[in-house]
Design a protein around this ligand. Structure first.
Ligand SMILES: C[S@@+](CC[C@H](N)C(=O)[O-])C[C@H]1O[C@@H](n2cnc3c(N)ncnc32)[C@H](O)[C@@H]1O
Length: 260
């Protein structure tokens, strides 16, 4: 009898201890998305834009594009096929497009190829001989900084030498030094996919928010949770406190539509 009272008391104490520990870690990691849902709400493509509305056959000709797929072939810094399709579809009705981070130029080419004849696509990237201008800050993870530097390897692009090249303005330089003032409220579509380091995501996002036209859409790449692209996740969760950001389900894209 005496022994079972001791046993029950010990079990109860262990349960209380586990509960306290669980609540402690739940609270600690909630912000980092390790428990429960991610802070930015998920929506379907149809909810992002009516052009993605399906009928009984699936997506319609409204969402038809010229496309280079990638399947499971590695493309440095590249988007998935779904993400590339989303960007290409939105480009069909965008005459002013801006991209942070050109890399291979695959997205640049696809949006140029699918945009109206009078469209202009401006894209900025860091050239290999400009790495000394890169400004790492204290909050930037080593991994995102190393990736940004490694991906700054291109000065020729998938669009080079194609008819689409005439629609494209290629800028080389560090995006923190980019002056967005001439483009304020001008852009219909902006893709934020430059350095994934925390300070750069915040800086590029602020410039994108300044440049977006009424009703325009900003898309960010690589919102993948706390363990993968941790700086992007952290920065966009901070931004989501003041801006209405949505996560497009089944992709790593986050979107913001400017008020009309
Ligand atoms: C993930 S890749 C972009 C992929 C491209 N948007 C696509 O869809 O194919 C990142 C790009 O950002 C560029 N980048 C990295 N740090 C940068 C910086 N500080 N300023 C401008 N571009 C930067 C890299 O050179 C690289 O081209």
């Amino acid at each position: 009898m005496y022994l079972s009272v001791i046993l029950i008391t010990a079990l109860l104490a262990a349960n209380v201890w586990l509960l306290v520990k669980y609540n402690h870690y739940k609270h600690k990691y909630k912000q980092r998305g390790l428990f429960g849902r991610w802070p930015i709400k998920g929506i379907s493509l149809e909810d992002l834009d009516p052009v993605f509305k399906s009928n009984e056959f699936g997506p319609t000709q409204a969402a038809e594009v010229c496309f280079i797929g990638r399947g499971d072939i590695n493309v440095p810094g590249g988007t998935s096929d779904t993400e590339a399709w989303v960007l290409a579809v939105l480009a069909k009705k965008s005459t002013h497009i801006f991209e942070f981070g050109t890399c291979t130029g695959k997205t640049t080419y696809l949006v140029a190829r699918n945009s109206p004849a009078n469209a202009q696509i401006t894209t900025i990237t860091l050239a290999p001989d400009q790495l000394s201008t890169y400004e790492r800050e204290a909050d930037d993870s080593k991994k995102s900084t190393d990736d940004a530097v490694a991906e700054s390897a291109f000065t020729r692009f998938l669009y080079s030498g194609t008819p689409e090249e005439k629609k494209i303005v290629q800028l080389f330089g560090d995006s923190k030094h980019f002056n967005e003032k001439p483009f304020v409220k001008k852009m219909d579509l902006i893709f934020v996919d430059g350095s994934h380091a925390y300070s750069y995501v915040l800086s590029d996002s602020q410039k994108a928010l300044n440049m977006i036209a009424p009703n325009g859409i900003i898309l960010w790449h690589d919102y993948r949770g706390p363990q993968d692209t941790e700086d992007v996740f952290k920065a966009l969760n901070v931004l989501a406190k003041s801006k209405k950001l949505v996560h497009i389900k089944e992709t790593s894209l986050v979107a913001y539509r400017a008020d009309g």
